[in-house]
Ligand binder design. Structure first.
Ligand SMILES: [Zn+2]
Length: 245
């Protein structure tokens, strides 16, 4: 616990919960621990990820980091967890200015495992130019007599989003309202702009924003000392060699 300092403590009467804010001394990462009588144990990692264009970097990265990591070099750890874990929540979300990775389980051992996989995924993903091609965009040719087309998981997903008049209307409104800041561009990716994304920019974005000093963590129903005890028992997410070094 000497690696952390308590910066705020509060009781939220409406929820019968005690909330403690910690700061990791070395990186400045903040952790909010919420103790409530609930069977679910929840953990969330959030990075501030403001994009400066509509190439969809935050969204493509959100998909890509869950495609294998240093400790879990399998093709799709996220899908393996969906199939085999006892999770009560498992997903990731891209917002206009941040990206969140929440997990939850009612089983403590399963919960530790989920946290372990997610922490390694976001901080040590095995992303390569191929990951960008698969999750972002690549050229595809189905017939030699036809022109090249674009394909990619996020590219296809966003084509679906941009086929909705409501989505396009909202996007245009935001462009007009926020012409000179991050809220004017689309963190999800505009299919017209996504193919402008290069590997260098993609890799650089991860290096710049996916760092403990740019992150916030939340714990629900699990006091921090329990996690630290887990770290001492061999869990590696809070030890110096990985996350907090
Ligand atoms: Zn997506």
């Amino acid at each position: 616990m000497e690696k952390f300092e308590i910066i705020k403590e509060e009781t939220v009467e409406e929820y019968g919960s005690k909330v403690v804010m910690f700061r990791h001394r070395k990186t400045g990462a903040e952790i909010m621990s919420v103790s409530v009588p609930d069977e679910n144990k929840c953990f969330g990692i959030t990075f501030r990820t403001p994009p400066d264009d509509s190439t969809g970097i935050p969204h493509i990265l959100e998909h890509s980091v869950l495609c294998g990591s240093r400790k879990y070099p399998v093709k799709e750890p996220f899908v393996e967890l969906l199939k085999g874990s006892m999770k009560t929540f498992l997903n990731a979300m891209t917002y206009p200015d941040r990206t969140c990775y929440p997990v939850a389980s009612q089983n403590l051992k399963d919960f530790y495992n989920l946290v372990n996989v997610y922490m390694d995924s976001v901080l040590h993903p095995a992303i390569t130019p191929w990951t960008l091609k698969q999750e972002g965009w690549h050229y595809e040719i189905e017939d030699a007599s036809k022109p090249l087309t674009y394909k990619g998981v996020v590219y296809n997903e966003m084509k679906g989003v941009y086929s909705s008049p409501d989505s396009i209307h909202m996007r245009r409104c935001k462009e007009e309202l926020f012409p000179d800041n991050t809220y004017g561009v689309d963190s999800g990716g505009d299919p017209v702009v996504i193919p402008n994304l290069t590997w260098e920019k993609f890799e650089g974005f991860h290096k710049k924003f996916y760092h403990p000093s740019n992150s916030r963590y939340s714990l629900h129903c699990l006091p921090l000392f329990l996690l630290c005890a887990q770290a001492r028992r061999g869990g590696r997410w809070f030890d110096g060699s990985m996350v907090w070094g």
